[in-house]
Ligand binder design. Sequence first.
Ligand code: MN
Length: 206
Amino acid sequence: MENSISKLEFKSLGYEYNSLEPFIDAQTMELHHSKHHQTYYNNMMKSAAEHGADQLALQQLFGRMSDFPVFLRNNAGGHFNHELFWSILKLNGGEGPHGNLGQAIVRDFGSFDRFRELFSQAAATRFGSGWAWLNKDSAGKLFVSSTPNQDNPLMDITPEKGFPVLGLDVWEHAYYLKYQNRRPEYIDAFWHVVNWHEAEKRYNAL
Ligand code: MN
């Protein structure tokens, strides 16, 4: 059973802020985690308590997101999305997906290159702030999507629903210090820091 929101903690990354260099710089990681994510977490805890959502698990809240204020949606989404994002990042030395996830990517997209192209395109064409996702649908098939702001594929207000395996933050705060307006370079860099082992663990558990 998933913890209720009232019991959620703000966790450390589990690795150093400079672990993803040169692809994602230490200063961006530190600000992103200790300022941006911390603020989403703090606001989520306060708003969930105010609106009687603190005894729900996050997945339950997302399933009824339209019943709650947009402020809670933005901040609970912000917390969940960032926790997922930190967990799937690691220098991968150029390795790609393997095992069950690698097979499912080939099965559902034709090849890893085709998947990477679709995902990169979803990330590049998201106008303004948001996320690109690799998801598993309720039938077990993989698909790529994107959401605005801090929405995610678990929310009832999201048209393309699924269980996220990978997420890429394309808010400017995720890349502006190093890449300025060059979002495509940041997206290219992402493929060097996908933790495929963790992604496969998520895929297998969903
Ligand atoms: Mn972010």
